[in-house]
Each structure stands twice: as structure tokens, then as C-alpha cells.
Design a protein around this ligand. Structure first.
Ligand code: ADP
Length: 350
């Protein structure tokens, strides 16, 4: 569409001075004083029109944002509202994935293809594989952030679509790579709710288990210290590693209700040794809960009851560390590659 204000601005910049010059010097119908006055007037008018032009552009751009905002506000997620027809099991149960495939909306191919898996209650399993293999997508499906395209995910003998989404999600304790620290107190960040008085010692114990106690002792108001400076000038800004420990403490604070713990590379900001120790700590303390963890560092996954190796949305190998090393396939190759790196850096000797 032609922007007439731009056309007018262009014409007035070149044509009007030329015309005024012609009238004064060739036609001699106006004086030089008139030329100066008229030129100044048209220049002022052009500036005003430029401002109008700028405003119109901004209104058009804001309109685009409004449209997106309106769409977002009108969005109704069927998954979030699902009320369910059966009760979520009260204790840890078997998780079974049957010939499950998944494709993101608008994608040309499936991100996950024909996955079959059975995770016994209380098992500690690890998902490994290169970036983009589909591990995080699998976790999202498990927590019912999306519904599967084909096949099913069953927990306690029922398809998870039969449960109330809210109740079903409550059985998970999770820490993701892109965890958030909120502008709230330390204890609210751990409990993930507005807490006047959390259970006696619950938050301290959770923070101790995640390795944050030493830092907690240095905070000016202990558990009530505000994190981030967004709303509190005296708020504390934690380092990446410290923030991760607070996020991991959420898992320990939820222990009573947690059937399945999900750790999607939560300790990537820690050094390999600290990460190894933290994972051991999580495995020991998760007790009866099923633990699923994703890590690129294979030294942290070797103690899992079962390791699943993903590639291009498929499971290409599965078994214990020992079994996969004996198989001498992709996992063994990846493991040896990393072991060599760590040996060179003298961090972990495999
Ligand atoms: P991993 O966790 O193994 O690194 P992901 O599950 O994050 O892998 O990604 C698997 C594939 O799915 C990638 O190709 C990624 O680009 C694609 N993907 C991830 N999230 C989305 C999304 N929201 N929409 C479309 N494609 C996505």
C-alpha cells in the first residue's frame, strides 16, 4: 500500500524548494523573503506530517501485539481443564508407554516415533542422546503438557488422559534446565506457593539436601530473604549454581507427594564432580519415587537401573550401563568419548 505521507514528504523536500526558486528567480512573481518564509512553513508542516506518520506506524505495530495478546487470552487449553474419570493412584505405580508417536502442531514429521517403554515403580532411569533427539519432548508428554498423537501413556493401568490433569501433574516433582527463580522469598521459591509457615524444618531440610545450607547461613534474613532485585532493593541475586540448588530443593520439599521425579539436566551449571554428587544425593533420597533423569554427562547416568538412548525420536539402545558397554554400540562410543575428555581434564576418572 502506498504511504501517502511518505510521498508527500518526498515531494515537499525536493519539488517545493524547486518551485519556489523558479517563482522567485525565473518568473520573478515572489520575493526572496517570501521564498524563505514559504520554505520554512512547508518544512514545519513536513515535520508535523512525519510525526503523524511515526504515530500511525506505531499504532499498526501495537495492533499486531494486541492481536497476539487477544489470541493468547482467548486460548482455552483442553488438557489443563481435563477433570478425569478415574482417581490417580495413591502410591507409585508402573508407567507404560505403548507404541507412542508425537508430532508438534504444524511440524512436517514426528518428533517421537513408536516408543515402547515400561518403567517399574521406583525405578531410576536415564535418558541420553544428542540434542534434538526428543528427550525433553518425551518428558513433556509424560507430564501431559501435550497429548500424544498416536499410542498411549499409561500410569497405574490407566491412560493418563483418564485422570484429572491437575491431580496427575501433582505426582511429579521436576527440575528443568530452564528453571526459574521468582521474585519472592527463599522459602516461597522452594515451596512454590505463598507460605506463611511451611512445615517445621521442611524447607531447611530440602535446602540442605540440595547443598544450599552453607549459602543459606550467609543470607541476611535466612529463609525470608528476597531473591532477585525485581521488587526488593535488598534482594539477593544468586549465582547460576546456587539458583539451581534452590530449584532442586523444590524436589526434596515435595518428597511426600512425589511419585515421579524428573530431572532434565538440572545440574548443568554445576561442575561435573558437584553434579555427580548431587545426582547421587537425589537418587539416594528419592527413596521410593521413580526417577527419570536426562543428562549429557554420562558419568551421572551410569548408576541408573535402565538407560534409554534416544536418536531422531527413537530409542536405539536400552539397558544397564554394563549391558550397553558390552553391546559396544552408540552408548559405549559416547561414553568412551566423554571418559577420555574427563581423563584429559583430570575431573572424573571413569
Ligand atoms: P532433546 O531434549 O533431546 O534435546 P527436544 O525434545 O527438545 O530434544 O527436541 C526434539 C525435536 O523437537 C527438535 O527437533 C526440536 O526442534 C523439536 N521441538 C521441540 N520443541 C518444539 C516445539 N514447541 N514446536 C516444534 N518443534 C519442537
Amino acid at each position: 500500500m502506498v504511504n501517502w505521507i511518505t510521498v508527500f514528504t518526498f515531494l515537499s523536500m525536493f519539488c517545493v524548494p524547486l518551485y519556489l526558486g523558479y517563482m522567485a528567480l525565473v518568473a520573478c512573481s515572489i520575493g526572496l523573503g517570501d521564498v524563505a518564509a514559504l520554505n520554512k512553513a512547508q518544512s514545519a508542516m513536513r515535520n508535523q506530517l512525519d510525526s503523524v506518520n511515526y504515530c500511525v506506524e506505531r499504532i499498526q505495530r501495537a495492533g499486531l501485539f494486541c492481536e497476539r495478546f487477544r489470541k493468547f487470552m482467548n486460548y482455552e487449553s483442553k488438557i489443563e481443564k481435563a477433570r478425569g474419570t478415574v482417581q490417580v493412584p495413591k502410591s507409585q505405580s508402573v508407567l507404560e508407554i505403548k507404541d507412542m508417536s508425537f508430532r508438534y502442531d504444524g511440524a512436517k514429521k514426528d518428533t517421537l516415533k513408536h516408543i515402547n517403554m515400561k518403567i517399574q515403580a521406583g525405578q531410576k532411569v536415564a535418558f541420553v542422546g544428542e540434542n534434538g533427539a526428543g528427550k525433553s519432548t518425551f518428558i513433556k508428554l509424560l507430564m501431559r503438557l501435550y497429548d500424544v498423537t498416536e499410542g498411549s501413556i499409561c500410569y497405574g493401568g490407566h491412560d493418563i488422559r483418564e485422570y484429572s490433569t491437575e491431580e496427575y501433574r501433582d505426582i511429579f516433582g521436576s527440575v528443568f534446565q530452564d528453571y526459574q527463580i521468582y521474585a519472592a522469598s527463599v522459602q516461597e521459591n522452594v515451596m512454590m506457593q505463598n507460605v506463611a509457615a511451611p512445615g517445621q524444618g521442611l524447607v531447611e531440610a530440602a535446602l540442605e539436601q540440595s547443598g544450599f545450607s552453607e549459602r543459606l547461613n550467609t543470607l541476611p534474613n535466612g529463609l525470608l530473604t528476597s531473591l532477585t532485585r525485581e521488587f526488593a532493593e535488598d534482594g539477593v541475586q544468586l549465582s547460576g549454581g546456587e539458583a539451581q540448588k534452590v530449584a532442586i530443593a523444590r524436589l526434596f520439599a515435595k518428597k511426600e507427594r512425589m511419585h515421579i521425579a524428573i530431572l532434565d539436566e538440572p545440574s548443568s551449571a554445576l561442575d561435573p564432580k558437584a553434579e555427580y554428587e548431587l545426582n547421587q544425593n537425589i537418587l539416594n533420597r528419592a527413596e521410593d519415587a521413580t526417577v527419570i533423569f536426562i543428562s549429557h554427562r554420562l558419568s551421572t547416568t551410569r548408576d541408573a537401573d535402565c538407560i534409554y538412548m534416544f536418536e531422531n525420536g527413537e530409542i536405539i539402545e536400552q539397558g544397564t550401563h554394563q549391558e550397553l558397554m558390552e553391546k559396544n554400540g552408540q552408548y559405549a562410543e559416547m561414553f568412551c568419548c566423554q571418559a577420555k575428555y574427563y581423563q584429559q581434564n583430570q575431573e572424573i576418572i571413569c
